[in-house]
Design a protein around this ligand. Structure first.
Ligand SMILES: *Cc1c(COP(=O)(O)O)cnc(C)c1O
Length: 387
């Protein structure tokens, strides 16, 4: 048989395989499984977006190959949205590119800038694609632990000199999956200054900018002066508009970085279906109030579930944004052990923190992507466990 490439063999084992298997067994046994594992909104895509897609599908102009970088009207809509939402000016021609979902862009980006021997600084715990994209490009991930005592922000100044010399990219993701915290403009300011000093690319993943609960909206790194000289930001319509299935996102920021990503993409894909881009334009053009019901739904679930978990003695990291809760496992358990008990004895699926990296050990993640009554049912079942 053919052996897999080194790059595939290097991938860490899939930690969730056992959970997936057990979950299927439970369902087959007829158990009422509550799945709080996946980060996929249960709410439908808003109506006007669906209508725009229906209309666009009928237009034969959209049936041909799309442009590589995305329709100009889509890039213009992205630029307008950034201006409205963040006060950031973007040249739609050179500083915006369409993505087939932001995961695609995040995975491909290192191919444009990372050579074997280069280091990519990745947060831990984190969305796994930063690390995987690095490995696929032949680079070396170096992990920056996100610790509670640092507000789950990376201590980028702690990177040793020899690593720093080889570092090409640093990934940041706020609002953060899985810890549910946000970053301030001051954090971004310091990061941009440090990146300038050491000639490092800052890649910011802003997938959750619109799923927030406080008065203050989460910022974009591009709001910082000088950020556009060192930063690229990845964004997605998936989480903001309940569009995970549609596969549309964008990268914005420094034109050289956008150009590099574009060079990879023109050689591996041929752009996203233009009817989907039309739907995305409709989404980005919605008034901001249109998102309020979505935010209110998550806010209510978050409030109810945080309280329910606290009442049964679990410690929940105060969630500032995203639709996740980052919860400490009770004393005496590893993340894997506790999550296994939840599945075995409560028929509840959660994600063990170590699945996001070693520094996630001691925590588990709950997705608030089921209705409130199901969250309460889950808390009720957990409450009956003898911990
Ligand atoms: C969901 C998610 C993404 C990717 O979303 P796409 O659907 O590929 O646009 C990127 N980053 C984080 C942190 C996510 O949770």
């Amino acid at each position: 048989m053919w052996s897999f490439s080194q790059r595939i063999q290097q991938l860490p084992p899939y930690l969730f395989a056992q959970i997936d298997r057990k979950k299927r067994e439970k369902i087959a046994q007829g158990a009422d499984v509550i799945d709080l594992g996946v980060g996929d909104p249960d709410l439908p895509t808003p109506e006007p977006i669906v209508r725009a897609m229906q209309k666009a599908v009928e237009n034969p102009q959209h049936h041909r190959y799309p442009s590589y970088e995305g329709m100009f009207s889509f890039r213009q809509a992205v630029s307008d949205w950034y201006k409205r939402r963040f006060g950031v000016e973007l040249d739609p021609e050179k500083e915006v590119i369409a993505l087939i979902g932001s995961k695609e862009g995040i995975a491909h980006f290192p191919l444009a800038f990372v050579d074997p021997g280069d280091v990519v600084l990745c947060p831990d715990p984190a969305y796994p694609v930063y690390k995987i994209g690095t490995i696929f490009a032949g680079g070396e991930p170096y992990f920056l632990p996100l610790k509670e005592e640092n507000g789950f922000l990376p201590d980028f100044r702690s990177v040793p000199q020899d690593v720093l010399k080889r570092a090409k990219i640093i990934w940041v993701n706020y609002p953060n999956n899985p810890t549910s915290v946000t970053a301030t403009l001051d954090f971004y300011k310091e990061l941009v200054e440090w990146a300038h000093q050491h000639n490092i690319i800052v890649a910011s993943d802003l997938a959750y900018s619109e799923v927030y609960f406080g008065e203050e909206k989460p910022p974009s790194i591009l709001q910082v002066e000088g950020a556009k000289e060192v930063a690229i930001e990845f964004h997605s319509l998936s989480k903001t508009f309940n569009m995970t299935g549609w596969r549309i996102g964008m990268a914005v920021g420094n034109r050289r970085l956008i150009e590099g990503l574009g060079k990879v993409k023109t050689n591996v894909d041929s752009g996203q279906f233009q009817a989907i881009q039309e739907a995305a334009i409709a989404a980005l053009s919605l008034p901001e109030e249109a998102l309020k019901p979505i935010r209110d739904t998550y806010a209510e679930r978050r409030r109810v579930m945080t309280e329910a978990l606290k009442n049964i003695g679990l410690e929940v990291v105060p969630s500032e944004a995203t639709f996740y809760l980052w919860v400490k496992v009770p004393k005496g358990y590893t993340s894997a052990q506790f999550v296994e008990r939840l599945l075995d004895e409560c028929a509840i699926v959660c994600t063990p923190g170590n699945g996001f990296g070693e520094a996630g050990e001691g925590y588990f993640r709950i997705s608030l992507t089921v209705p409130t009554h199901r969250l309460l049912e889950a808390a009720d079942r957990i409450g009956k466990l003898k911990l």
